[in-house]
Design a protein around this ligand. Structure first.
Ligand code: GDP
Length: 405
């Protein structure tokens, strides 16, 4: 696997904005689940056994990390708890992310927990894109939500798509880079039909495009000059600058309705296009015997292994330790040292979680997120090749540095 293709992402949202629904749709579109469960609200949930559905749905999406693939890019979806407090558990789940999707409701906009998760993302310098969900709801107003992102979160937020219709008439989006309309059709809304930009919204679409380019030009002198001299900006340049802008903290905004299966595929495209890979992030651990000495960890397979257990889950088959491999690699059957206890432990089974299925793997490389079965660990433990090599858990906030390639 090419490391630059890998995405470790979290989905963060104010409660009820549709994080669960979106996660489920992502599993569906990436082929991990084959049927969309109609749960809670929206559909005809009232006629179904709520508990049964909750249970079924719980199995598919509450995993601490789920691996999917979109257009040749492996994506690890990490469950980020939406806690209001900045707890150590939240801290750990944020530390293993390279990027995030901030989900907002098109009616509710920026809400209390949006502010909390925004603060947490900033603390860890996690690059992100935003998704304004529930475009089908009465009162949907994505423009107001973008305004709130700017005003309440101080985000450099701008639409990448112009919505076509809203509420019951939300039909699709205009991609402001390609200047093409993508209309959703099919029973599930899953078929996307390409069309010219509708005439009646052309002037608004053009204005939104200018707005997007102006926002992006803050991150590129080349683009700024083209705009000033009123020259056309090549598409390739827009793609490149958007990626740099995201790494620099900007928030491109996508719109859709997870429930109605609209806008999920373009959002996945944005995830693989703009959110960083493990190669774009720098992670520092520290020397266990010297508080002051920082150790730069690189996602290089040839270096000594360092990984962090970020979540422990009890499972009918034993304890599952979810781990991010920060450096080096782990191999099935080898032993590694728990830096806290000093004990060596054999990693006899390594698994990759796919929705409710698990795949046994022999090797996991730096950058990846996997689970080790049956080891005796606690959440936050660092594992490494040798004793007293490195620790990642700390009382201080680590310093993930964003670097622009
Ligand atoms: P979470 O709390 O953020 O995980 O939100 P859920 O995914 O559980 O969604 C909360 C409620 O909003 C549920 O009743 C969903 O069916 C509903 N919902 C999710 N997405 C949409 C959407 O795009 N449109 C509408 N109308 N309802 C949605």
């Amino acid at each position: 696997m090419k490391l630059e293709k890998l995405r470790n992402i979290g989905i963060s949202a104010h409660i009820d904005s549709g994080k669960t629904t979106l996660s489920e749709r992502i599993l569906f579109y990436t082929g991990r689940i084959h049927k969309i469960e109609e749960v809670r609200g929206g559909g005809d949930g009232a006629t179904m056994d709520h508990m049964e559905l909750e249970k079924e749905r719980g199995i598919t999406i509450t995993s601490a990390a789920t691996s999917v693939e979109w257009k040749g890019h492996p994506i690890n979806l990490i469950d980020t708890p939406g806690h209001v407090d900045f707890t150590v558990e939240v801290e750990r789940s944020l530390r293993v992310l390279d990027g995030a999707v901030l989900v907002l409701c098109s009616v509710g906009g920026v809400q209390s927990q949006s502010i909390t998760v925004d603060r947490q993302m900033k603390r860890y310098a996690i690059p992100r894109v935003a998704f304004i969900n529930k475009m089908d709801r009465t009162g949907a107003n994505p423009f107001r939500v973008v305004q709130q992102l700017r005003e309440k979160l101080g985000a450099e937020a701008f639409l990448m798509q112009y919505p076509i219709g809203k509420e019951d008439y939300f039909k699709g989006v205009v991609d402001l880079i390609e200047m093409k309309a993508y209309l959703h059709g099919g029973e599930e809304g899953e078929i996307i039909v390409e069309a010219p930009v509708p005439e009646d919204i052309l002037s608004e679409v053009e204005a939104a495009r200018v707005n997007m380019l102006e926002a992006l030009s803050m991150y590129s002198d080349e683009m700024m000059e083209l705009l000033l001299s009123e020259e056309a900006v090549p598409k390739e340049l827009i793609y490149k600058v958007t990626r740099e802008a995201v790494l620099g903290g900007a928030t491109p905004v996508y719109v859709g309705s997870a429930y109605k299966n609209k806008g999920v595929q373009p959002l996945l495209d944005a995830v693989i296009r703009y959110l960083p890979s493990p190669l774009d992030r720098e992670i520092r651990g520290r020397d266990p015997s010297d508080e002051e000495r920082k150790i730069d960890l690189r996602p290089d397979f040839a270096r000594p292994f360092v990984g962090m257990a970020f979540k422990i889950v009890d499972d009918p088959f034993g304890q599952l330790t979810f781990m991010r491999v920060y450096q080096g690699q782990i191999k099935k059957g080898e032993t590694y040292v728990n830096q806290r206890t000093g004990r060596s432990e054999r990693f006899s089974r390594i698994v990759r979680m796919h929705s409710d299925k698990r795949e046994e793997i022999d090797v996991a490389n730096a950058g990846d997120i996997i689970a080790v079965m049956g080891i005796d660990s606690a959440s936050g433990d660092t594992y490494a090749t040798a004793r007293d090599f490195c620790t990642l858990e700390s009382m201080f906030i680590p310093e993930p540095v964003i670097k622009i390639a």
